[in-house]
Design a protein around this ligand. Structure first.
Ligand code: PAF
Length: 213
């Protein structure tokens, strides 16, 4: 619970924090391992945050694997897990929100998912207020999320270092993601092309190419 987490953290030094929605994979675990170097204790949270899912999105079917996750957190030496019930984190309907400016929110993923980044920023601000970390770690896989949270912390004067960690990939280049479980065999075979094309573009830009028609 919030109060038992606060009391256990009150005497434990600098906290490095890895917020997640569970269904942990090696990408998350690499964040936990990196966190070790940035605090005296590593705290992770598991909370599938309804506020960041649109009405027709996958909140209900989002993979929930709590027992497996706990075993992985133990093997990654995470000191404390915060996994609040929805009624504890949102005891009343949320009336106050952290809303990123359209400069950050109206582009890329934000353009297709109205309200998503407001939901992310709001829950992360709540978690930061509860956990009070000195550092918080997020994957570069969700780069727009990382930029938004970095700017939230800067502009709201939160005394937290937001650290971005490299994307962990399958051997064929596909970024690890809980939502990869939604891909059928054909889509799974197609998906690594995304990274392959991005790498090719990087190479061609490096070689001086400027036109990609
Ligand atoms: O990246 C995620 O898993 C989520 O967006 C986060 C940061 C845990 C907020 O719910």
């Amino acid at each position: 619970s919030i109060s038992s987490l606060k009391s256990v953290l009150s005497a434990s030094g600098r906290v490095a924090f890895v917020p997640t929605m569970g269904n942990l994979h090696d990408g998350h675990l690499s964040l936990m391992r990196t966190a070790r170097a940035h605090g005296d204790v590593v705290v992770s949270s598991i909370f599938v945050n309804r506020l960041q899912f649109g009405p027709n999105e996958d909140f209900d079917r989002y993979p929930r694997t709590f027992q497996d996750d706990c075993a992985k957190l133990e093997s990654a030496n995470v000191d404390h897990l915060f996994a609040p019930a929805e009624t504890e984190l949102y005891p009343q309907p949320q009336n106050f929100f952290i809303q990123p400016s359209p400069k950050y929110d109206a582009i890329l993923e934000g353009a297709c998912r109205p309200g998503h980044f407001t939901g992310v920023a709001t829950v992360v601000a709540k978690l930061f207020n509860i956990v009070r970390p000195g550092a918080a770690l997020f994957g570069k896989k969700d780069y727009q999320q990382l930029m938004i949270l970095r700017n939230m912390v800067l502009e709201l004067n939160m005394p937290i270092r937001v650290l971005g960690c490299g994307t962990i990939r399958e051997p064929d280049g596909l970024a690890l993601s809980s939502r990869n479980a939604y891909l059928d065999a054909e889509q799974r075979a197609e998906a690594p092309r995304l990274y392959a094309v991005l790498c090719e573009i990087v190479q061609r830009i490096g070689a001086g190419e400027t036109c990609f028609e």
